[in-house]
Write a protein that binds this ligand. Structure first.
Ligand code: ZN
Length: 265
């Protein structure tokens, strides 16, 4: 019953792949993690038969364009629905304080005032503290600061279908968090490009990883399943190439989902 629906798996600059975002779905509801950077979020939800109004929980990991701006497009639709009295239950948005400020500031400048008012009537913001625990759709999530080198970024840990799953946002894992990740059942981590193509895509200088570098670390941490996303899009056989490079360095299972692919836990 528990599944991860990948709406997008691309990095911040992809055109055909949508920016990385996904829905965690269980019997109690849907939880949207990040929103990508454009109106494409609305289309992606449609493509997986999720009604915008069915999403009552949204987490935004950090305030970069490819994670936050899809939310503004959702606001445009939801704000209108709110004004028309079409939203019955409030929407919860979980994010850190920097993300909250960014959302409010951008919304104020790019959306009509009445839409922003409509949104304020139906959205409850939960400004996350490091290590805060929140129940979402009957699942206990612990949100934590991933100690990113860039802007403040949160990830989370939860138990889904008796398995420990950790989402680590879109930066190379800070060694301070190795203990937390050790022996996890599922780790969701970015892989910007293949190691063999680092000199083309420059993952490291952007605080990103290669399929090889992240696989090596996760192998040392005895992780069982590794889900890689937030990649470049130059290959038609990306899944095959990234899985191969990952498998050469990791003894567990590697998942390199395509956009709209569903991972059953
Ligand atoms: Zn990103």
């Amino acid at each position: 019953m528990e599944k991860i629906i990948m709406l997008g798996t691309g990095n911040g600059g992809t055109l055909d792949l949508y920016n990385t975002c996904f829905v965690i779905q269980n019997g109690n509801g849907k939880f949207l993690v990040d929103t990508g950077g454009s109106i494409e979020i609305i289309k992606r939800l449609k493509q997986v038969n999720i009604d915008l109004n069915d999403i009552k929980h949204i987490f935004i990991s950090h305030s970069h364009t490819d994670h936050i701006l899809g939310l503004i497009w959702m606001f445009k639709k939801l704000g209108r629905a709110s004004i028309n009295g079409e939203i019955e239950t409030n929407i919860n948005i979980y994010c850190n304080d920097v993300v909250y400020k960014s959302i409010m500031e951008v919304s104020k400048h790019v959306l009509p005032e009445k839409i922003v008012k409509g949104i304020c009537n139906i959205v409850d913001f939960h400004i996350l503290k490091d290590e805060e625990k929140i129940d979402i759709n009957g699942v206990k999530y612990t949100f934590f600061d991933i100690q990113a080198r860039g802007t403040k970024q949160f990830g989370f840990e939860c138990k889904l279908n008796e398995k420990r799953l950790i989402f680590l946002g879109d930066e190379t894992l800070n060694p301070n968090l190795y203990e937390r990740v050790k022996k996890s059942d599922y780790v969701m981590h970015e892989a910007f490009c293949l190691d063999s193509e680092e000199s083309i895509f420059h993952a490291y200088e952007k605080n990103h990883s290669t399929a090889k570098s992240v696989s090596k670390v996760m192998n040392d941490l005895e992780v069982k399943n590794l889900i890689l996303y937030h990649t470049e899009e130059s290959h038609n056989n990306r899944k095959e190439l990234y899985t191969k490079e990952g498998n050469e360095n990791f003894s567990g299972n590697i998942y390199v989902p395509d956009d709209l692919e569903i991972i059953e836990l």
